[in-house]
Every structure is written in C-alpha cells, then in structure tokens.
Design a protein around this ligand. Structure first.
Ligand SMILES: [Zn+2]
Length: 412
C-alpha cells in the first residue's frame, strides 16, 4: 500500500512545472522520452523519464543491470552470430558507425571475437570536426570497410535550419537518417543482421525497453513516404509535412530519397534483424572508450567541448554542441548533465562532483563552433538568438536582476 502511494506521488513529479532532480544522478523530471507516436519522433513535454521514489529509470536500470546473467547473454550473442555468419565472402553484419568509441567497439568485437565480416556505415554528420574525421579514417585503416552515406547537402542544411527554427532540435532530420541507414544497407547488401550500440533506454526511456534485444521496427520503417499510399501530409520532417517543404522551397520528392526509410514488408520478407549490443554486453560508455583506444586507436578530442567537461563522447559533429545547448534551453539539462549522469551511474564520479560539473558547464552556448553553425544554417547571429529565445522554456527559466536567464530551480 505504501509503495502505491509513493508511486502516485512520484508520477505527479513528472507533471510539476518546476524541476525535480533524480536523487542519485543529475537528470531532471523534464528529460524527454522518444515517442514513437509523435509525428516528429521526438519527446514531448508530457512524455518524460519516469521517476519512482525520486529515482529515475536510468538509475534504477543501472542497479538492475548487475543482476543480469551476462554470461548467458554472451551465449545468445554467440548463437546469433553463428546464425548470420556467411561463408560466401559477403557482409554478414551492418554496423552503423560514426567512428566514435561505441561503434568501433561493436564492430571490432563482432569481427575479432566472433569472426564476423562487418560493413560499417556512416550517415554523414552535418559538419565533421577535425578529430571526428580523423577517427573515421583511422578506423577504416584498422581494416574495416565503410560506406559513407551523404544525403543531399543543400537539403540537409535546409532541413537542419527548419528543425532548429521550428522544433529547437537541429539534429532531428539527422536522427531520422541515422536510424534507418543500417537496415537500408542490409537490404542492399544481403546482410541479415544489423547491430546498433545501445538502446536509448539505457539513459532513461522506459526501463522495460532494455529487455528487448531488438530495435522496434517502427523506428526505422515509419518514414517510408516514397510509394506510400498515405497522404504526404502525414510524413513530417523538421517539424513540417514533406508536402509543405516541397511547395515552399520548390523541391522535388526525389530530393528526399536519402531520408526515405525501408519498407516494413521488405524487412520482414528478407528476415532482417536489428539488434542492440547493450542487450548482450553490459553497456559502460567509459569501458567502450578504453576498449576503442586500446584496440582501435580511437583518439579523444584534445580539449573539452562547450557545455561539458568530457572529451570522449559525441565529438564527431560540430552541430552536437548546439544540439545539447537546445536540450538545456528546452528541458533544463545540457551536455554536462548527460555526461555526468552516466558517469555517476557507472561510479566514475560522485553525485557531488557531477553537480559541480553541471553548475560549471551546462549553460554554456556553442561558442567554439558558433560561426560554423551560423554559416551551415545560413542564419545571422541575431536570428540564432531569436530562435533560442523562442524555444526557451519559460516554466523553467527566469531572468535575474542583470537580465540574464537562470534556471529557477538549480540542482543541489
Ligand atoms: Zn537518476
């Protein structure tokens, strides 16, 4: 009975207008959960990380992971590889790969431990950083085939700008492409297995999702607008129906081909399976980093990026700094929060250290790459700040006496 009352209280926490922070890490009750029902495939204000007794689902999962029989899971992985291993010289697994620590770890592990023949596939970042490009090339030099899939650059820039202006989410079109690049390449190469790194539930989507080895096919087949019998009005990208973008910018449907997701029927007919490595092996980002450095020559960024203290995560794309800054503007949690939360859960830093890092870095705007971002989006700095002002969550922020925006509820 007591449990039930507590749960009711904590469910209400998610609906509070003010920020409530997890008792164990540093994330707050506004962290969005990816919604499959949303036309834009982004979280909404209503769909946020579940808190139970003041603890977020990601922290609950971090404890629950310790009771999983990982040896048994490794056996499952062994069987899965055996089922898909090819002897005809073809690719038997597709690994979507940014060149970052996680995808290197997945591809290297499958190749060296289970003798798989992976094809790594990169969905082109908006703007490669120097270290990001260096890492992709160095990984290929380690003995990996790689396809770089580059969507129409003019369109990618337009869609990123529309997504920034309309959704406050410049990364949204990129995410659509990145999610289906693996299954799409499986269809065209004859491989039946696709391996992504971690289920995003590791970080606070519903805890139950972590028990599924496979990705929900909705995530990579719902954006199949070419040859669709449905109305183009029903397909949204950058927060707008494709039909409107075609009309407003005088584009043709064929300009969007790279963003078209695979057809579910084809995926089923070809028996393509899309799995998460985080189901089979205990997912510890810091361990992946050490693995990638030691076995594949991965290099961290020479210095920290704006918004955080870490140098080893999310360093491939200059646009990432704006992406995390917008998370801070909309949900009150920026890049330092994301980094610190996972390092607290894996006992690399304490919660107090995490809080200090969040207070120091979370609010930083993307200063280092600001000019690159403005040029890429073709906007002035004035427009940039107007868009940020439009998306700033007034429920969470207030102005101080000097006119600077501050969070109303700061973590303590
Ligand atoms: Zn937590």
């Amino acid at each position: 009975m007591l449990k039930k009352i507590e749960t009711n209280i904590t469910n209400e926490i998610n609906n509070f207008n003010s920020l409530v922070y997890c008792k164990l890490c540093v994330i707050n009750n506004k962290r969005p959960v990816t919604s499959l029902e949303s036309k834009n495939f982004i979280g909404s204000k209503k769909n946020t990380t579940r808190f139970t007794d003041g603890i977020c689902d990601a922290c609950k999962w971090a404890k629950e992971k310790n009771s999983i029989d990982w040896e048994k899971r490794e056996e499952e992985l062994k069987d899965l590889c055996k089922k898909h291993r090819r002897t005809d010289g073809g690719y038997d697994v597709i690994v979507p790969c940014s060149g970052g620590k996680d995808s290197r770890y997945v591809a290297h592990y499958l190749k060296t431990k289970y003798g798989m023949n992976p094809l790594t596939v990169t969905w082109k970042p908006h703007m490669h950083t120097d270290i990001g490009l260096k890492n992709v090339l160095s990984f290929i030099d380690q003995g990996y085939d790689n396809y770089l899939i580059s969507p129409n650059g003019k369109l990618q820039k337009l869609l990123s700008r529309l997504a920034f202006e309309g959704l406050g989410h410049p990364f949204q079109p990129f995410i659509i492409g990145q999610r289906h690049v693996g299954p799409k390449m499986a269809l065209s190469t004859g491989a039946k297995l696709v391996f992504y790194g971690e289920n995003v539930a590791e970080y606070g989507n519903n805890i139950e999702d972590n028990y599924s080895p496979i990705m929900d096919p909705k995530l990579y087949t719902s954006f199949n607008f070419l040859n669709s019998t449905e109305n183009l009005e029903d397909f949204f990208i950058s927060g707008l129906p494709i039909k409107k973008i075609l009309k407003d910018y005088n584009l043709k449907l064929r300009d969007f081909t790279a963003y078209n997701s695979p057809d579910l029927k084809q995926i089923i007919n070809k028996k393509i399976e899309v799995h998460y490595m985080s189901y089979y092996r205990k997912w510890i980002p810091q361990e992946n980093y050490y693995y990638a450095v030691e076995k594949t020559g991965f290099e961290p960024n020479p210095e920290r990026r704006d918004g955080s203290y870490s140098k080893y995560a999310g360093i491939d794309d200059k646009m990432e700094d704006l992406h995390y800054f917008m998370q801070y503007i909309k949900f009150g949690m920026g890049r330092a929060t994301w980094d610190a939360a996972q390092e607290i859960r894996t006992n690399i830093i304490t919660r107090d250290e995490g809080i200090a890092l969040v207070k120091k870095y979370d609010h930083e705007y993307p200063k280092i790459y600001l000019n690159d971002i403005l040029e890429y989006l073709s906007i002035s700095e004035e427009t940039f700040w107007d868009v940020i002002d439009k998306h700033r969550n007034r429920e969470l922020f207030t102005k101080d006496l000097l006119g600077n925006w501050k969070l109303k509820t700061v973590i303590n």
